[in-house]
Design a protein around this ligand. Structure first.
Ligand SMILES: NC(=O)c1ccc[n+]([C@@H]2O[C@H](COP(=O)([O-])OP(=O)(O)OC[C@H]3O[C@@H](n4cnc5c(N)ncnc54)[C@H](O)[C@@H]3O)[C@@H](O)[C@H]2O)c1
Length: 252
């Protein structure tokens, strides 16, 4: 049921070509937003854009590598140029490159930090810069339950997601009086291509199944719904909050 939460607004989604990002992009569009999909995988991003257009919405794809600050800057500039503004953003681009063999491999951990932590830093920086000069906005970063609690053998992913929660809180406090809200969503295990890849590693499969008190993974739309609410005016007093969507895993 569409409620028109984002009628007349422009939404940007990094990692919008797949999984949680795609579900969020479709959700923003269903609620009336014009949606800019940013992804390094252009074919996947274009598929999301096409899904939106086929449902009668407006969408554009922008190629972006969030690990590069210059790419993030151009992404925001192109988004504004394409649809004339930027009011809400969901930063979902992320990776889980670790393998049990590579868990303390400096290069692997560095890459995970570059995508998950610096990727969010780079995109937030330019989203906020635009919002500061144009009447504010709302940003939702996709962290993880592993941004709040840890799993053994995952220094890159757990560390980078704790960083996302930390920088969300810091930005939220910095801009609270400038009409910008910054929140995070912390999903539990969600049925996406990222998880399908991780399930191929026996050690991680066991861990992920143990993280589901309801006996099933979340659907990407169940995470997107939380992002939509946090991005909307209904959450006008919610700021710096890491909203857990995990069927109760961290409540244990
Ligand atoms: N699936 C889960 O169980 C789960 C749980 C908690 C948190 N998360 C987080 O949710 C977010 C989305 O994950 P997903 O499961 O939808 O994964 P996914 O692999 O399905 O989608 C990730 C998207 O990000 C894009 N991307 C990756 N690196 C990029 C880069 N450098 N620049 C631009 N785009 C890039 C990919 O091309 C892909 O389209 C990630 O931040 C992930 O850590 C996922």
């Amino acid at each position: 049921m569409a409620r028109g939460w984002f009628d007349g607004r422009v939404a940007l989604v990094t990692g919008g070509g797949s999984g949680i990002g795609r579900a969020t992009a479709l959700g923003y569009a269903a609620e009336g937003a014009k949606v800019v999909i940013c992804d390094m995988d252009c074919a996947a991003g274009e598929q999301t854009a096409e899904l939106i257009r086929t449902s009668g919405g407006e969408a554009a794809l922008i190629e972006c590598d969030v690990t590069e600050a210059s790419s993030a800057e151009q992404m925001v500039a192109h988004a504004v140029e394409r649809f004339g503004g930027l009011h809400v953003a969901c930063n979902s681009a992320g990776t889980a490159l670790e393998t049990p063999e590579g868990e303390w491999d400096e290069d692997v951990v560095r890459r995970v930090y570059e995508v998950n932590a610096f990727g969010v830093l780079n995109t937030m920086k330019y989203e906020i810069r635009h919002m500061l000069e144009n009447g504010g906005g709302a940003i939702v970063n996709i962290a993880s339950v592993e941004g709040l609690v840890a799993q053994p053998g995952s220094p890159g992913y757990v560390g980078s997601k704790h960083a996302v929660v930390g920088m969300t809180r810091s930005a939220a406090l910095q801009y609270v009086n400038r009409d910008i809200r910054v929140n995070a969503v912390c999903p539990g295990v969600t049925r996406t291509p990222l998880v399908e890849r991780t399930m191929e590693i026996p050690e991680y499969k066991e861990t992920m199944l143990a993280m589901c008190p309801s006996g099933r993974f979340a659907e990407p739309e169940e995470i997107a719904n939380a992002v939509l609410w946090l991005s909307s005016d209904l959450a006008s007093y919610v700021n710096g909050h890491p909203l857990v969507v995990d069927a109760g895993f961290v409540a244990q």
